[in-house]
Design a binder for this molecule. Structure first.
Ligand SMILES: [Zn+2]
Ligand SMILES: [Zn+2]
Length: 111
């Protein structure tokens, strides 16, 4: 069933407004790179809406990247410390100074 244009009841709608979803005919449709709108107002509304929508996503994304970076850094430090611990306990006593895991394990040892 074809809907009729919101502005011209006699004309079947050719498309739909990208913002308010009103059925519109070819004469009423305002074609922009962002989509087809029934009016300039809807085009502006849509742009504002998109910009508002994008912002939190960007913040969320950068937060995610920070978390990933922190996790990668923690992982690298962890692997490095384990490497030092293994080297310090296996023939490289000069590494004992920086062997934080070894020191930590020494603290945990019952005396
Ligand atoms: Zn509209
Ligand atoms: Zn129309």
């Amino acid at each position: 069933m074809a809907k009729s244009c919101v502005n011209h009841k006699e004309t079947p709608a050719a498309t739909m407004c990208h913002q308010c979803h009103s059925p519109i005919c070819k004469a009423c449709s305002l074609v922009t790179p962002r989509g087809t709108f029934c009016s300039t107002e809807c085009g502006i509304l849509n742009r504002d809406f998109k910009e508002r929508q994008r912002e939190p996503q960007d913040v969320h994304f950068s937060k995610m990247t920070t978390v990933i970076k922190l996790m990668a850094a923690a992982l690298l430090i962890g692997v490095g410390l384990i490497g030092i611990n293994v080297a310090a306990t296996h023939g490289m006593p000069q590494l004992k100074r920086v062997d934080f895991i070894g020191r930590f394990l020494d603290l945990l040892k019952p005396r």
